[in-house]
Write a protein that binds this ligand. Structure first.
Ligand code: MN
Length: 255
């Protein structure tokens, strides 16, 4: 099985190494084509106004100065001798659940691959709070369960065009309580705001941040799975149509 790995945290990110290790337990034909620099929050963005450059860092290992989706494009069209059977994205540092999904470069790469007809999965590791020390500890669940989860998911049929979004809960490996197939949740509060700072020359600059409150957490959602120390698995599609609204909208406009 030919496997392509990418991510949005950049090619040197510790989560990518964990996913690579897991991939090598199922294949000896593993390729890495990942962003040269961090691309978190880039969703499925593609670079159109600038050219892409690529650096070969080793055997089957390349860094692209573009987005995660650009990496998939470069891998499929330029780098790989033949198409991969599987695209793995991650392991992202931080969860990609609920309202995070539209922003996630990790998920964006997987959706990009799925849209190109390649089987795809996104992996993310939740950790407890902003400002927590980013030491080895936050990766406990991913380290212990990434390879096993990958094997479990590969054993099932995955329809063309579907991407699987997998999140490891913020607990040590031995505290993980299995796998839960769940829907995407929505937080009670999910606001983006810009926090101001002052640079050394006295000029203002801003950091975009999230203000979040999960509120009441439904147990059948990815938010619920994280709270229950379960590994969440959510099937995604690039099709964003609000199916429930389609009929009523057509009816309303026909009147
Ligand atoms: Mn990221």
């Amino acid at each position: 099985m030919r496997v392509l790995i990418t991510n949005d945290d950049g090619i040197d990110a510790p989560g990518l190494a964990i996913l690579e290790q897991a991939a090598r337990t199922i294949s000896d034909d593993v390729w890495v084509v990942a962003p040269a620099t961090e691309q978190s929050g880039q969703s499925q963005a593609v670079t159109l106004a600038d050219p892409l450059r690529i650096a070969k860092l080793g055997a089957r290992r390349y860094a692209v100065d573009g987005t995660p989706a650009d990496c998939v494009t470069m891998a499929l069209n330029v780098v790989m001798e033949s198409a991969p059977d599987l695209v793995l994205s991650g392991v992202n540092q931080g969860f990609n659940i609920a309202d995070d999904m539209p922003y996630s470069g990790t998920v964006g790469a997987a959706l990009h691959a799925a849209s190109a007809g390649v089987r795809a999965m996104a992996f993310s590791q939740a950790y407890k709070r902003l400002g927590q020390e980013l030491d080895e500890e936050i990766w406990g669940a991913a380290r212990a369960h990434c390879a096993g989860t990958l094997k479990t998911l590969l054993a099932i049929e995955q329809p063309r065009g579907m991407a699987l979004n997998v999140n490891f809960p913020p607990v040590p490996g031995e505290a993980v309580k299995g796998l839960a197939v769940v829907r995407q949740g929505l937080r009670a509060v999910n606001e983006i705001f810009a926090e101001d700072r002052t640079d050394v020359r006295g000029n203002p600059y801003y950091w975009v941040r999230f203000r979040r409150d999960a509120g009441e957490v439904a147990p059948d959602t990815d938010l619920g799975a994280m709270a229950n120390a379960q590994i969440s698995v959510t099937p995604l599609r690039a099709d964003l149509t609000d199916m429930a609204a389609l009929g009523p909208l057509a009816d309303a406009l026909a009147e």
